[in-house]
Design a protein around this ligand. Structure first.
Ligand code: VGL
Ligand code: ZN
Length: 198
């Protein structure tokens, strides 16, 4: 099979009760487990930050969560501290079926660069290696699901389409942060990049 399901960041900190909770994020765990049955390859991504990560508001004097600052690589939203390496918040939701995963890809572990996309970090240059992995395995069609629809799912889908993969986002199996219209903006950007929203 030449298709893969990419499950983005189904971790405790993005679910209700977590440090960067996406509303109703836990509602998509069961549908994602079910979707896994239809794919030859399943990849899980895991947001994985060191304690001194530059995306955390509390690592910037006088900053508040959701402020936007300029980084050497461009604008960056500052987030509440989340998905710190090795903490319970960084673990996958307990009901996610991790047994079906061919690969777990960790991202955001360099203190100075955030990484929304599963393909490149936010500098748009540092590669995660995922494109090479998929190509070596002959995978051409990607379906993306997970959290958050308007950040990590959208950035990953746009990069996937730009890299030439036939890319779709299964929207019923995503949930959004949706700050300042970010979901509408992300959906337009995904469509413009050739991503199918299904
Ligand atoms: C995410 C903000 C910060 C995501 C990760 O998974 O969408 N968003 N880190
Ligand atoms: Zn993060």
């Amino acid at each position: 099979m030449t298709n893969a399901l990419i499950v983005i960041d189904m971790q405790n900190d993005f679910c209700p009760g977590g440090n960067l909770a996406v509303p109703h994020g836990d509602q998509i765990v069961a549908p994602i487990n079910k979707l896994m049955e239809g794919f030859g390859t399943v990849i899980l991504t895991q947001d994985w930050h060191p304690a001194d990560h530059t995306s955390f508001a509390d690592n910037h004097d006088g900053a508040a969560p959701f402020d936007v600052v300029q980084m050497p690589y461009g604008p960056q939203v500052l987030w509440p501290r989340h998905c710190v390496i090795g903490t319970p918040g960084a673990a996958f939701h307990r009901d996610l079926d991790v047994r079906r995963a061919d690969m777990v890809l960790r991202k955001g572990f360099r203190a100075g660069i955030d990484s929304y996309s599963a393909f490149h970090e936010n500098d748009h240059r540092t590669q995660t290696g995922l494109a090479g992995y998929l190509r070596e395995r002959g995978i051409t069609q990607l379906s993306l699901v997970g959290l958050a629809h308007d950040f990590c799912v959208a950035w990953s889908a746009i990069d996937a389409a730009k890299l030439g993969f036939e890319t779709r986002v299964i929207e019923d199996a995503c949930r959004a942060i949706d700050m300042d219209g970010s979901l509408a903006t992300a959906r337009t950007a995904m469509r413009d990049a050739g991503v199918a929203l299904v």
